[in-house]
Write a protein that binds this ligand. Structure first.
Ligand SMILES: *Cc1c(COP(=O)(O)O)cnc(C)c1O
Length: 381
């Protein structure tokens, strides 16, 4: 928090607007629209709720097929199951770690041949970076399939000078506590389709008909954002640019100190992208480095440094064991490789330089002191 949040919270209390609607909610939506350059934004209770609403607006029903990136947090795909639809998972490609256009094309061709095209494609923008939207949009347009962009991790990022999350029919953002800006919990659904945005507001507020009594013709949800939390969001949004700078600086410092080791590769950033580096993520080639990613993770955790593996791909999750999966190529599943070898380093905007030095020193020791010879003894220690 910056401190500025309390003024908005105080205003909400002083005016007694303690409800899932009110002036902060309206203002937060307008401010998000202005920042992103979209026609409409609906503030909701979570990013997951925003995905659920987007799918409901596209009238996804039981038995429908929805494509979704495999390398992501489970929340990207859970709403597909809420609606009784079937996810088909699409691999990543190596340049952005996001949805592979090649795998997507193969899945679309197979679906067209079988006569069961997906009703939507959920494209996830991981770790602060956009997917290759040009190629993905060209494919989806050819089959007239709407895109939902899960930009929960990429608020503040750009692709060809346009904000990540504004390319699809719908974009969704999250303000969960771990995201680059937060309302503690919250989300936003955005679109340039004014009609859909109006309907989203209706569905998110229990779908109450215009009638002199409580009448409902459609299934709705209780998904609006609290006026108090929207106040926090209003104070957070102006901090976003600074946070992007800070996270990119944290990445730069890690890169300068660690990239020299053969066997360490950082998540790439293609020239047409601006990544926020929401998290600094790297992969380990254990043959070259002499230590495994698991060993590095253990070394950091032993020093009380919270580093984590990359998301476990959804096609490997027990929850989705019956779902189809399209890999980047016949020889390689990129998301499997990234999961096995990836490490997310501490990257919070409030990470101090001293703390980051401690992290770097711990990695240096694990690599240089432990080396190849000790590995057999200490592995998984
Ligand atoms: C955080 C996150 C979500 C879910 O957002 P919530 O606000 O926590 O519901 C969805 N997708 C991705 C990729 C996320 O990282």
């Amino acid at each position: 928090m910056s401190g500025g949040e309390q003024q908005y919270i105080k205003e909400a209390f002083d005016t007694n607007w303690i409800a899932p609607l009110g002036p902060n909610v309206d203002a937060f939506e307008r401010e998000a629209e202005n920042y992103l350059g979209v026609k409409g934004a609906v503030a909701v209770s979570s990013g997951t709720a925003a995905i659920h609403l987007a799918l409901a607006l596209l009238e996804i029903k039981r038995g429908d097929i929805v494509f979704c990136s495999s390398l992501t947090f489970v929340a990207s795909a859970n709403p597909i199951l809420y609606l009784g639809a079937k996810p088909v998972f699409i691999d990543s490609e190596p340049e952005t770690w996001n949805m592979s256009p090649r795998a997507l094309e193969k899945a679309l061709i197979d679906s067209a041949t079988a006569g069961i095209l997906p009703k939507a494609v959920i494209v996830v923008n991981l770790y602060g970076q956009s997917a290759k939207m040009d190629e993905i949009q060209a494919l989806c347009n050819a089959y007239q399939i709407p895109i939902i962009e899960d930009a929960a991790e990429s608020l503040g990022a750009q692709y060809r000078n346009q904000h990540s999350g504004t390319f699809g029919e719908f974009g969704i953002f999250s303000f969960n506590g771990n995201k680059i800006i937060t309302t503690s919990g919250g989300g936003m659904l955005v679109s340039n389709n004014a009609h859909a945005i109006k309907k989203a507001r209706f569905l998110a507020a229990q779908a109450k008909d215009q009638a002199p009594f409580y009448q409902h013709s459609q299934l709705g949800y209780n998904y609006r954002l609290s006026n108090i939390l929207a106040g926090i969001g209003r104070a957070q949004l102006p901090l976003l640019e600074d946070r992007v700078h800070r996270r990119r600086k944290i990445f730069q410092t890690y890169f300068e100190h660690i990239n020299k080791y053969e066997g360490i590769t950082f998540m790439p950033e293609p020239s047409e992208m601006l990544s926020t580096r929401w998290l600094t993520v790297m992969t380990i080639d254990e043959q070259k480095l002499g230590v495994t990613s698991q060993f590095l993770l253990n070394s950091l955790n032993k020093e009380n440094i919270e580093a984590r593996p990359v998301w476990k791909p959804l096609h490997l999750q027990p929850l989705f064991k019956d779902c189809s999966y399209y890999a980047h190529s016949e020889e390689e599943s990129i998301s499997d490789i990234l999961f096995t070898n990836g490490i997310c380093l501490p990257s919070g905007s409030n990470l101090t330089n001293e703390e980051q030095e401690t992290v770097i020193e711990c990695i240096r020791k694990a690599i240089e002191v432990t080396g190849v010879s000790d590995q057999g003894v200490t592995l998984y220690g």
